[in-house]
Design a protein around this ligand. Structure first.
Ligand SMILES: [Zn+2]
Length: 469
C-alpha cells in the first residue's frame, strides 16, 4: 500500500486531464470493424492490429509490433522493460470483436462510436477495446508523471479471442520467451455492478457443437407428401428439446457427473455478494412473464459461474420470408455449452454429440461436429498479487473490491498462467451488467472506465515489490 501513495494523486490527475484523449483513442480503435468471425486474413482485423500498435507507440511503449501466425488473426505487442530487478507484468486485452448482430436493433451505428450521456455506444467499445486503452492509459500516466514505470510491462493484444483463440497453443509455443512474466493482468471481464470493482477468479470454458439433421434428399410439396414422411425440422426441435429438462436444467446424461459442488467457503463468499433479483431481471431484459430456470439448489451466481449451461446459439431450416408449403429436407443448429473447470472439454463435446444422435426420432440422419472446445479456469484468489490488485482497485473505485466468477470464457488465461510457472492472473473488471457485450447497443460506462484506469495505474506501484512466493 505505501508504495502507491506518493504517486496516486498525480496519476489520478493525469488520467482526469487526459481522459478525453483516451476516449478519442478508443473511438479510433472502435471505428475499425475487427470481426474475427471472418476468416483470416481479414483486412479489418489486420488494420485493427496496426492501429493498436500505433496506439502503443503513442502511449510510450517500445519495440511495438504486429505478431502474425499463418491462418491466425494478428496480435499486437509492445513492451516497456526499463525497470531492472522489478517484476514483469504481462498485460492482456483483445482487439477483435463479435459481429454486430441485427443492424436495425442498434440505436447508433455499431462502428461509429457515439457518446450518449455517461456511456459510449459501439461494437467493441467495452469488449474489449476499452481494455486495451485501460492498459495504455495506465502506462501513459506513469510515463507522463514520472518518466518511468515501477514495473516492467509487456502488452499483448489478441486478434481472435471472440472466435475461440484457435491458434493460442501455437502462439504460446512461438512466443513463450518473449511473453514470460511474473504476473498476468487481464482487462476483459466484468464488475459485478456499476461502481463495484471486481476481480474474477474463475471462468467457464466453452464447447460448441454443430448439428445437422437430414430426412430427405430434396424439398417436397407438403400437401402431396406431408403425413407419412418425417419432418426433419420437427425432428431437430425434438432433439434440441432434450437438452434441458422441464426446469431448464441441462439434461444430457453424464454431463454433470464430474462437476463438484463449490466448497463451503466459496459458497459462503458468493452468498455474501450483493444480489438483487429485480435488478438481475431488469438488467437481463427478461420479460415479466418469464421465470428463471436451472438448478434451484444453486444461487443465481452459482448457476452463472460454477455450473454448466447449454444454449442453442444458432438454428436454421427455412427462412420465414419466402417460405412455401414444403417439407424442408434438413435443419442445422449450433449448440453451445459453457463448462466449468472440473469438466473435460473433449469429453463434453463427445457426450453432446452422442446425445444428439441417440435422441433423434424417426431414423433421421444426424451429423455432429465439435467446432471448438476450451476448458474453464479457476484460481485461489489469495496471496500478494491478489491483495495488491484488490488494494489498487479499491483505491481506484473508492469501494471494497469484490471477488467474483464469470460465466464467459477467456482461453488465454489458463495456458499462459501455466506456462509461466503458475503466475497469478489478475482479471480486472470493465464491463457492467447493462453493457450488452456481444449484443446490440454494446456500451461502456465511462465513469467506471476512468476508475479502472486509475486502478490499473495504482496496481503497478502495488506490484513493484512483488516476489513469487
Ligand atoms: Zn472479450
Amino acid at each position: 500500500m505505501p508504495a502507491a501513495d506518493p504517486h496516486a494523486a498525480p496519476l489520478a490527475q493525469y488520467i482526469d486531464d487526459h481522459f478525453d484523449e483516451f476516449i478519442a483513442t478508443l473511438v479510433g480503435l472502435a471505428r475499425i470493424p475487427s470481426i474475427s468471425a471472418e476468416p483470416a486474413p481479414a483486412p479489418a482485423v489486420q488494420a485493427s492490429a496496426h492501429a493498436v500498435k500505433d496506439a502503443m507507440i503513442a502511449a510510450g511503449l517500445e519495440r511495438c509490433e504486429v505478431l502474425e501466425l499463418p491462418g491466425a488473426h494478428p496480435y499486437a505487442y509492445g513492451e516497456w522493460l526499463r525497470a531492472p530487478g522489478r517484476p514483469t507484468l504481462l498485460l492482456y486485452a483483445h482487439h477483435d470483436v463479435q459481429p454486430p448482430g441485427r443492424s436495425d436493433h442498434w440505436r447508433t451505428p455499431p462502428f461509429e462510436p457515439t457518446r450518449v450521456g455517461e456511456r459510449l455506444y459501439g461494437r467493441g467499445v467495452v469488449d474489449d477495446k476499452a481494455g486495451i486503452v485501460t492498459h495504455l492509459a495506465a502506462i501513459q500516466a506513469w510515463l507522463g508523471t514520472r518518466g518511468q514505470l515501477p514495473v516492467n510491462v509487456k502488452l499483448i493484444v489478441e486478434g481472435e479471442e471472440e472466435s475461440g483463440s484457435d491458434h493460442l497453443e501455437e502462439f504460446l509455443h512461438a512466443h513463450r520467451e518473449k511473453l514470460a512474466a511474473d504476473v498476468i493482468v487481464l482487462t476483459d471481464t466484468a464488475n459485478l455492478e456499476a461502481g463495484l470493482p471486481s476481480l474474477t477468479y474463475r471462468l467457464r470454458g466453452l464447447v460448441n457443437v454443430f448439428v445437422e439433421v437430414r430426412g430427405l434428399d430434396h424439398p417436397l410439396h407438403s400437401g402431396m407428401w406431408g403425413g407419412p414422411l418425417p419432418d426433419p425440422v420437427q425432428a431437430m426441435a425434438k432433439i434440441l428439446a432434450t437438452l434441458s429438462d422441464d426446469a431448464g436444467v441441462p439434461a444430457i446424461p453424464g454431463l454433470l457427473d464430474d462437476v463438484r459442488a463449490p466448497s463451503k467457503v466459496e459458497r459462503a463468499a458468493l452468498a455474501r455478494l450483493p444480489y438483487d433479483d429485480d435488478q438481475f431481471r431488469a438488467d437481463s431484459g427478461l420479460l415479466p412473464s418469464c421465470t428463471l430456470v436451472g438448478e434451484r439448489e444453486f444461487s443465481i451466481y452459482e448457476r452463472l459461474w460454477v455450473r454448466p449451461a447449454i444454449t442453442v446459439i444458432a438454428l436454421e431450416a427455412s427462412p420465414i420470408q419466402g417460405s412455401s408449403n414444403q417439407l424442408v429436407p434438413s435443419a442445422r443448429a449450433r449448440v453451445s455449452c459453457r463448462i466449468v473447470p472440473d469438466m473435460d472439454p473433449a469429453q463434453v463435446g463427445a457426450l453432446i454429440c452422442a446425445h444428439l444422435a441417440r435422441v433423434a426420432p424417426w431414423g433421421v440422419e444426424v451429423t455432429t461436429r465439435v467446432e471448438s472446445a476450451s476448458p474453464g479456469w479457476i484460481c485461489v484468489p489469495e496471496g500478494p498479487a491478489f491483495e495488491a490488485a484488490a488494494r489498487a482497485l479499491t483505491r481506484g473505485f473508492g469501494r471494497e473490491t469484490a471477488l467474483i466468477g464469470a460465466g464467459g470464457s477467456i482461453p488465454f488465461v489458463g495456458p499462459f498462467a501455466a506456462a509461466f510457472g503458475g503466475a497469478p492472473a489478475l482479471l480486472v473488471g470493465l464491463e457492467d451488467p447493462i453493457c450488452n457485450a456481444h449484443s446490440e447497443n454494446e456500451s461502456l460506462n465511462l465513469d467506471d472506465w476512468k476508475k479502472s484506469m486509475k486502478g490499473a495505474a495504482y496496481l503497478y506501484a502495488e506490484l513493484a515489490d512483488y516476489r513469487k512466493a
